[in-house]
Design a protein around this ligand. Structure first.
Ligand code: AMP
Length: 399
């Protein structure tokens, strides 16, 4: 098990009067200068409050969108600083850059409990390049380094990796610590039976997860667009459904190796055109020419529901169909509800990935209906694929 030092592991007095840098994930959706969803800002509050209550002087840094190393005014973090002010009921300071003399002066002027939000890290191309000079500039005037941005943990950038090595102690924030704990449990020590539910469009993203979890998982329930590559590998007709030709042999190999581990759709919702086409329920596995499978059918929903354990562990990533379109969302919604139900009965459920989170909300469920909802997309997938995430590796070990 990886075990990293978190902000809770140091004594409270450690933080008083110290300038604490926290790499947060404030990558929120912004439209016309307004934040349309502040979940990520709220998610950072426990770490921010914990440190403020102990007298830390906080410097918060994040990226927002893809400015590609240039100043893009629409991607400024200023509205985020303003929202944070509202949420905390205090005056949050904002620096119009993330490095430089002016920023250093603002860091020096901070008092206990103050918060300074830096401008978008990715306005500098050096952030993604993990440029050593830039990393050193970020570390200027900082006493303690904290990373609470799990979503970027699979990237070795200046703020997530390069600057960390300037500090003897590198701490996980509360959100990061929770991610590491929940995902490590799934990856390394899942209670049995362990069932993995995978959907979505891209097979390639999930290949390494299957490889890594194969020895530990009892069952893989496969849905979404990726299921058709699996059905094709078994020799079924899939019509115009999504197919990943490149990974067909690999997928065939998985099923040859452990034929009983994979549950595949036994019926489908299909259409002849994604938008405005005819829609029908197909009560068998094969899909006729001219049709594409866009959701799992009712029999499959029943089959997958039964396969979910009431005790044990479940990991779920990816929708069971084109859930953005109401008509094709039933499979995803029902599987989400079924996972929430077994969670209530005692199963440990972890879900993650951007689409999965919106599917949960579409099903009318809350994050608290699952044991853990990961904030990562790519980071979550890489973690479960067994990879070392640089921004986690660089954090101090617990002992
Ligand atoms: P991914 O990023 O691989 O998790 O894929 C998520 C996307 O897969 C969503 O936008 C879904 O609309 C899409 N998807 C799910 N099921 C299907 C399907 N049967 N055919 C095409 N796309 C699908």
């Amino acid at each position: 098990m990886i075990s990293k030092l978190s902000i809770r592991d140091l004594e409270d007095v450690t933080y008083r009067g110290r300038v604490v840098f926290v790499r947060v994930d404030f990558n929120v959706p912004i439209k016309d200068g307004r934040i349309t969803d502040d979940t990520r800002i709220r998610a950072a509050l426990p770490t921010i409050n914990y440190l403020r209550e102990r007298g830390a002087r906080l410097v918060l840094a994040s990226h927002l969108g893809r400015p590609k190393g240039k100043v893009v005014p629409e991607l400024s973090l200023k509205p985020v600083a303003e929202r944070l002010s509202e949420l905390l009921g205090i005056d949050v300071k904002f620096a119009s850059d993330c490095v430089g003399e002016e920023v250093d002066r603002m860091k020096e002027e901070l008092r206990d409990g103050d918060i300074l939000v830096l401008e978008n890290l990715r306005f500098h191309a050096e952030e993604k390049k993990n440029d050593p000079e830039f990393a050193r500039a970020l570390a200027n005037g900082i006493d303690i380094y904290v990373n609470d941005a799990f979503g970027t943990a699979h990237r070795a950038h200046a703020s997530t990796y390069g600057m960390a090595v300037h500090f003897d102690i590198r701490l996980a924030g509360l959100l990061m610590a929770r991610e590491i704990e929940a995902l490590s449990k799934v990856r390394e020590n899942p209670d049995k039976p362990f069932v993995v539910v995978l959907g979505g469009a891209k097979v390639a993203d999930k290949i390494e997860i299957i490889q890594n979890l194969m020895p530990k998982a009892e069952k893989f329930l496969i849905g979404g667009g990726m299921a058709y590559t699996f059905l094709k590998a078994l020799g079924h007709k899939i019509g115009n459904s999504l197919l990943d030709e490149e990974h067909l042999n690999l997928v065939k190999g998985f099923m040859d190796e452990s034929p009983d581990k994979f549950l595949l759709p036994i019926d489908h919702i299909a259409t002849d055109k994604l938008e405005g086409g005819e829609v029908k329920e197909l009560s068998e596995r094969d899909i006729p020419d001219g049709w594409m499978g866009v959701d799992i059918g009712p029999k499959t929903i029943g089959l997958y529901r039964k396969a979910l354990p009431e005790k044990g562990t479940i990991f779920w990533n990816g929708p069971m169909g084109v859930f953005e379109i109401e008509q094709f969302s039933r499979g995803t919604v029902e599987v989400a509800k079924a996972i929430a139900q077994v969670t209530q009965k005692g199963a440990y459920s972890v879900t993650g990935g951007g689409d999965t989170v919106s599917a949960i909300h579409k099903a009318g469920l809350k994050n608290s209906d699952f044991s853990h909802v990961s904030t990562g997309g790519g980071a979550t997938l890489e973690f479960l694929a067994g990879k070392e995430l640089p921004a986690i590796a660089v954090l101090s070990d617990k002992n």
